[in-house]
Structure formats: structure tokens, C-alpha cells
Design a protein around this ligand. Structure first.
Ligand code: FEO
Length: 391
């Protein structure tokens, strides 16, 4: 397999994973890539590696440029195993020392035995022939160990998970792929991986704003070389928690009652001129729904009561969303029950802990909603719509 030159003597030597469909609980219907890079020079530097089963693919791409044994240094920008699990084999093959942040050394030590590593500090620069490699720590973007590596003269920022997408393609660059798919996958990636770290994203932008960047070489998906402003502006907006007049109504249903409520509520929201996206969790996966939550101003969650609590698929979503901590959004909880409730109370507790604005009253109905109750749901939706519009 061949390397792809991204700028003179800098190569993509990663792996394409066409078949991955679940990335730690996040569905990846379009597969993914694990991007490793090779800088050819007096010392050949490998930036990150690939997921272990793809080690040979990476080596074959390196071999299309140099003898893999001639790699002289390996930089590990991030400990997570989709990028690090080939490190021991890569070091075994090349004998190259691994450079990582101090937290990276600590994290890699928990994963692998007998690898030779050296810590680099924030801002440290390394001269490699006529090139300079600078290390930029980006803690909690999205692990404590995370760092960027900047190739100064070539203006390439190896941005690790930042600006990535789970998108397997034969193309390598942003100007070669469908823009709607690209931005859809970039948004889904942000919503499911980086959403809790908006403050760190903004801090990182402050830190790198003085850098001249021609290429954003991410660790997943395509490399940004043409329209860097597009992804940077999207990240700024997402990190600030900006939203539009849009509601996500996410629910599940046991005997149809909560669905009747959800549909009437969605109608009510739409009647106020607000975009609405209803999702039944039996048919939708949590990571897709979170992508829609990213730019929505309200998340309206509905569940029937099962065994005095939430329906399992709703509990799954509510806990997942709680971990991702979306900021600046309105929340509302509704549901149906038979003889004793519990789901709505449990949703409210979790949604409050998520940090949603839960000032709207909950809406609960017993057994099957009648016509007058459907009207009540519609009016509840209207109230949500008006709150979204701030009227
Ligand atoms: Fe792609 Fe955080 O690993």
C-alpha cells in the first residue's frame, strides 16, 4: 500500500478501517481511518501509529517511502489505543524512541510494558535537519495526555483527534469529498467525543491562534488543506454552545402512548415555526441523536414508566447525554405511565444533572392519551417552541 504525500516529504501513512461500525458506543456507519504521518528527513519521524490490527498496513505505506527500520523517532500525540496500540510493534521494528507529553508517558506506561519513552514539555522544539517540530500540549482535548505537534516550516498541525471525523474514504483531503457528508461526520464526531470539552477547545484556539497553518492533519478521516476556516468556525461555534431554533424530541414507547405524546409535542413545537427532529430510540442510535442535539436549543425527552423507572433505551440515552454535558440548552421531560410513575422523575433528575435548563414543567399522562390530552401535549410543544424563540 502507498503513502500519500500531503506536503513535500510529509506523508500520510495511516490505515483505512472500512468495516468498523461501533467506536466505543458511537456508531460509525461510514467506517473510519487511523491517520499516522511520516516526516522524511535527516531523522525520519513517525507521528502516531494506528490501531493494532492495522499495523502491517501502516508499515507497508511507510515502506513505499523509506525502509521502515529507518524511522528514527516516534511521536505519540495521544494514548488512546486507536493511535497507540501499534507503538510497541513500531518500536520493536524501528528501535526508535517514543516522545510524548508527561501525561502521555504516564498513560502509555499503563498500557504497554518495556517501551522506551521520553517526555516532551509544552512548547518544546526539536530540530530535525532543516525542519522544526514543536509540541503543544492540549490537556483534556480530549484526554489528559493529548497534544498537537506542529511542523513549523511546513505549517502542518498534527491535531490528533481534533477536527477529525469517522469517515473511511480513498480520498485524503477535504476538497476531494462530499462537503455535506464531511461536515455531518465532523459534527457527529464533535458531539460524541469533544462536546464535554468546549472550554478546552476554546483555550486551545487561544493557544494556537498565532500559528500559521496550511494543513490540519487530523488523526481520523480526511485532512484539511483547502477550507480550514470551515472546520475552525464550526469548532468555535460548537465549543461556545451556539444553537439554532431547533428542538430534538427523543423518546421511546412501550404501547404507543409516549409516541402519541411525542408526536403531538413535536407538532406543537413546529407550529411555532421551530425546526423539530423527533427520534424514537428503538429505531435511532444515541450517537446520531447527539449529533442533532449539538446545534439544537432544546432537548425534549420522553419515556413510558417501566418498573417504576425509565424505559431502558431512554435511560441509556439520558445517561449518555449526561456524560457529554451539552451546554446552554433547554430541557423538558414527558411520559406516560399505568398505575405508578417514575420515568419522568428519573429523567428530570438526570437532565438537571446534565446542566439543562429544566424550568419547564414536566408532562405526564396515565395510560393512553385521549383527544383533550393530545391537545395538552400540543400546547406543551407550543410552550417549548416559544421558550426556544425567547418569546
Ligand atoms: Fe482517536 Fe481519542 O482517540
Amino acid at each position: 500500500m502507498k503513502a500519500v504525500e500531503i506536503t513535500k516529504d510529509v506523508y500520510w501513512v495511516g490505515a483505512i478501517d472500512w468495516n468498523v461500525r461501533n467506536f466505543h458506543g458511537y456508531t460509525t456507519p461510514r467506517g473510519s481511518t487511523y491517520n499516522a504521518y511520516l516526516i522524511r528527513g535527516d531523522t525520519n519521524v513517525l507521528i502516531d501509529t494506528v490501531k493494532k490490527p492495522f499495523f502491517e498496513q501502516m508499515v507497508s505505506r511507510i515502506r513505499s517511502v523509506i525502509d521502515p527500520k529507518d524511522v528514527g523517532l516516534i511521536v505519540s500525540n495521544h494514548v488512546e489505543m486507536d493511535h497507540s496500540s501499534s507503538l510497541p510493534m513500531a518500536q520493536g521494528l524501528t528501535g526508535a524512541k517514543i516522545l510524548a507529553s508527561k501525561k502521555g508517558i504516564e498513560g502509555l506506561g499503563f498500557h504497554y510494558d518495556n517501551i522506551v519513552m521520553e517526555a516532551v514539555v509544552d512548547g518544546h522544539e526539536l530540530r530535525i535537519g532543516d525542519r522544526t517540530v514543536r509540541f503543544i500540549e492540549t490537556p483534556m482535548l480530549h484526554w489528559p495526555d493529548s497534544m498537537f505537534t506542529y511542523l513549523v516550516e511546513d505549517k502542518v498541525l498534527f491535531s490528533m483527534d481534533g477536527f477529525g471525523q469517522h469517515l473511511a474514504t480513498t480520498e485524503r483531503f477535504d476538497d476531494q469529498v462530499d462537503q455535506d457528508i464531511l461536515m455531518f461526520e465532523a459534527a457527529k464526531y464533535y458531539a460524541n467525543i469533544l462536546l464535554p470539552f468546549g472550554a478546552q477547545v476554546l483555550k486551545t484556539f487561544e493557544k494556537v491562534k498565532g500559528l500559521d497553518i496550511n494543513i490540519l492533519a487530523t488523526s481520523h478521516g480526511i485532512i484539511w488543506r483547502k477550507d480550514l476556516g470551515k472546520i475552525i468556525n464550526a469548532y468555535l461555534s460548537w465549543a461556545k454552545g451556539e444553537s439554532k431554533e431547533k428542538a430534538v424530541v427523543v423518546y421511546d414507547t412501550m404501547w404507543g402512548s409516549t409516541q402519541i405524546m411525542a408526536e403531538a409535542i413535536a407538532d406543537g413545537i413546529a407550529s411555532e415555526g421551530v425546526e423539530v427532529r423527533p427520534y424514537r430510540l428503538t429505531n435511532s442510535d444515541r450517537s446520531e441523536v447527539m449529533k442533532e442535539v449539538l446545534d439544537a436549543r432544546a432537548v425534549v425527552v420522553g419515556s413510558p414508566t417501566l418498573n417504576n423507572g425509565m424505559f431502558p433505551s431512554v435511560a441509556d440515552f439520558v445517561i449518555y447525554m449526561r456524560g457529554l454535558r451539552p451546554k446552554g440548552k433547554i430541557g423538558a421531560a414527558f411520559g406516560s405511565y399505568g398505575w405508578g410513575g417514575g420515568a419522568v422523575k428519573a429523567m428530570r433528575e438526570n437532565m438537571e444533572k446534565t446542566g439543562l435548563d429544566m424550568t419547564l414543567e414536566d408532562l405526564e399522562m396515565r395510560y393512553v392519551p385521549k383527544e383533550d390530552e393530545k391537545i395538552k401535549c400540543f400546547e406543551y410543544g407550543r410552550a417549548i417552541g416559544r421558550k426556544i424563540k425567547g418569546s
